[in-house]
Design a protein around this ligand. Structure first.
Ligand code: SF4
Ligand code: SF4
Length: 409
């Protein structure tokens, strides 16, 4: 049964910032619209239309950040999605997404534009335990995406450095962007740190959570907690989305004091990439020695981070310290890229429209590089610049810092 929504003032502030509403113009796509539906229809059986409306949310948090009633709208939407499996049959949301994927097989073509990475993903690299499977809605299509065991190729050999640090790179980095793994390793090796990730780590569970599969997210959470408990010290998380999910583990286990306590211990050890790099002044080593043309960089804030000014500023401060970059900003501030985990499967047209508008506006700033620390956003950006025929490079933040190092005179 769907729980009743918190009281909404129907002020409409959420509509002014909702990227989905901006594209579709449908009131039911606003947070206000969804909360109203929960209010008046929350106790009836969910129809396909109902599931469709609740799939039309990026969980970007822009509405929650502006809501005068402080309603945690993404949380309400996840709760609604979670209820679909009980009121509309098992795995209702996954079935819905799979059907949508089959309605829009072009959704997969985006992966192919990723070139070799896409081939690896579709062909042989994606293990069954990876959350990317869920993100791509490849729930039942083993022939497209068979389970595999490989995942270490393209990683540099471990060095003999004395200090080791645990590392949670995230599924997309491990299986789609091995270049970002190598860059992270290299950056940290420069600081005398060997990054090591336990092979047994699984997906952070964000994809399960956003699909409303709270049991699935908890299962992955328990596995990761158990594996990380066998390590010591700080845990570097180099994907912004994974970081936000790992930080939520204590909330995920609300009501289970034993697991909540274990999750809290892990959460205390998490260090986000920009936070660590800033702390160790890694940027000193990448600053060019003499004046050259500065690299024009657009930093894309992942939604999980962009509503926190301190976090938003940190990445810019980090890049600015290199002295080798010019940071470009959109007039109206950071925006969602339209990926939204499962959203781009459920609503490929709206997702592409949000993405393409962003790519067009950012292209007007004439960047050399677009960067972010979220693998999902990087996938969306890569597809966007390819669709636009742009030559702008899309790189993980660690790769930009490596690139600046090579430009050093
Ligand atoms: S901003 Fe908050 S209170 Fe206002 S309409 Fe949206 S959800 Fe309701
Ligand atoms: S979370 Fe984002 S996409 Fe979803 S209703 Fe709020 S503003 Fe719109």
């Amino acid at each position: 049964m769907i729980v009743s929504a918190p009281s909404c003032a129907k002020c409409g502030a959420c509509a002014t910032v909702c990227p989905v509403y901006r594209q579709s113009g449908r009131e039911s796509h606003t947070a206000r619209g969804k909360l109203h539906l929960l209010d008046v229809l929350g106790l009836v059986r969910a129809s396909t239309d109902f599931v469709d409306i609740f799939s039309a949310c990026l969980l970007c948090g822009a509405c929650a950040a502006i809501c005068p009633r402080f309603i945690d709208i993404p949380k309400e939407i996840i709760r609604a999605r979670n209820s679909f499996s009980s009121i509309a049959g098992p795995h209702a949301y996954e079935k819905y997404l799979t059907r949508k994927l089959l309605d829009h097989p072009g959704s997969l073509s985006g992966l192919r534009v990723l070139g070799k990475a896409g081939e690896r993903l579709i062909g042989s690299y994606l293990p069954e335990r990876s959350g990317l499977r869920l993100r791509l809605a490849l729930f039942q299509e083993e022939s497209i995406c068979p389970p595999v065991t490989a995942g270490k190729k393209n990683l540099p050999a471990p060095s003999a450095r004395s200090r080791q640090m645990s590392w949670f790179p995230g599924c997309a980095a491990r299986y789609l962007f091995p270049g970002s793994l190598a860059s992270c390793r290299s950056l940290f090796a420069d600081r005398g740190v060997d990054l090591v990730f336990p092979d047994s780590l699984v997906c952070c569970g964000l994809a399960d959570l956003t699909a409303g599969d709270i049991d699935g997210a908890q299962k992955k959470g328990r596995q990761n907690i158990e594996f990380l408990e066998k390590t010591e010290g700080s845990i570097l998380v180099s994907c912004a989305s994974c970081f936000s999910q790992l930080q939520k583990y204590p909330m995920l286990f609300a009501g289970d004091s034993v697991w909540q306590q274990r999750a809290e211990q892990i959460a205390l050890r998490l260090v986000e990439l920009t936070e660590f790099l800033d702390d160790v002044s890694v940027t000193e080593s990448v600053a060019p020695k003499r004046a050259t043309r500065k690299l024009r960089i657009f930093y894309h804030d992942p939604c999980h981070m962009r509503h926190n000014k301190e976090v938003r500023d940190r990445s810019r401060t980090l890049l600015g310290k290199t002295g080798g970059v010019e940071i470009l900003e959109l007039e109206d501030g950071p925006r969602c890229c339209g990926q939204g985990g499962l959203f781009h499967i459920a609503h490929p047209e709206i997702s592409a429209a949000i993405r393409d508008q962003l790519v067009e506006d950012v292209s007007g700033l004439q960047p050399d590089v677009v960067t972010s620390s979220c693998s999902g956003c990087l996938m969306q950006w890569q597809q966007g610049v390819t669709a636009a025929g742009s030559r702008v490079q899309v790189l993980h933040l660690s790769q930009v810092l490596e690139l600046l190092k090579t430009l050093k005179n």
